[in-house]
Ligand binder design. Sequence first.
Ligand SMILES: Cc1cc2nc3c(=O)[nH]c(=O)nc-3n(C[C@H](O)[C@H](O)[C@H](O)COP(=O)(O)O)c2cc1C
Length: 200
Amino acid sequence: MKHIIIASVLTMMSFSNTFAADIELPQPQKTGGMPLMEALSNRKSTREFSQDKQLSTQQLSDLLWATCGYNREDKLTIPTALNRQEVSVYVITPDGAWLYAAKDNKLIQVTNKDVRDYAAAQDYAKQAPLNIAIVSDKDLMPNDIYAGTDAGAAMQNIYLWCASNGIGTVTRGSFDGENLAKALNLKDSQRVILVQTVGY
Ligand SMILES: Cc1cc2nc3c(=O)[nH]c(=O)nc-3n(C[C@H](O)[C@H](O)[C@H](O)COP(=O)(O)O)c2cc1C
C-alpha cells in the first residue's frame, strides 16, 4: 500500500514537473518581415553567436512557425513528400530541450538537461543559447531522399526567417546523432537530420 502511495505521489510530481516546464508560446506574427528578394540576398551562414543575447519568446514563436508551423488547417509552411508531415522540430537551450507542438503553439519539455554537447561538434554551436534540431520519422517517411528534402525545406525557412530578422544562423550536419536522439527521447524510427544554430 505504502509503495502504491509513493508511486502515485511520484507520478503526480513528474506530471506536474512536465507541465510546469512546458512553455505556451505567443501567437506567431504572420505578417510583415523583409521582402522575399531582400531576405534571399541576405541569406548566409554565420558561425559567431552571442552567449548572452537571446531571442524573445515572440521571436521564437515566429521562427518555429516559419520552420514547420501550420499555415492552413492541416498543412505546413514546408512541403512534405506525399504530405506525410514527418518532420518535427526540437528547441535546444542550456536549460533543456523541447518539442515544438505546432498545433497547440507550445513547447513540450523532453529533458531539463543541457544536451548541447550532443547537438554540436563545433564550439561556437555548443556555446550558443539556441539550437534547433530538425527530426524525421522513418515510419512516416521511409524514403531517405524525401526525408532529407523535407528537412531541407525547414532548414531554408529558418535561414530565410533569420535573414529577414537580422539574426545569425548556420545549419549543421556535425552533431552526435545517436546520443542526441536518446537525449531528446526520440522513438527508434526518428532521427535527427540537421541541427541549426540560431542567435545574435
Ligand atoms: C546539409 C548541410 C550540412 C552542413 N553542415 C555544417 C556543419 O556541420 N558545420 C558548419 O559550420 N556548417 C555546415 N553547413 C553550412 C555550409 O558550410 C554552408 O552553407 C556553406 O559553407 C555555404 O555558406 P552559406 O550558407 O553562407 O552560403 C552545412 C550545410 C548543409 C546544407
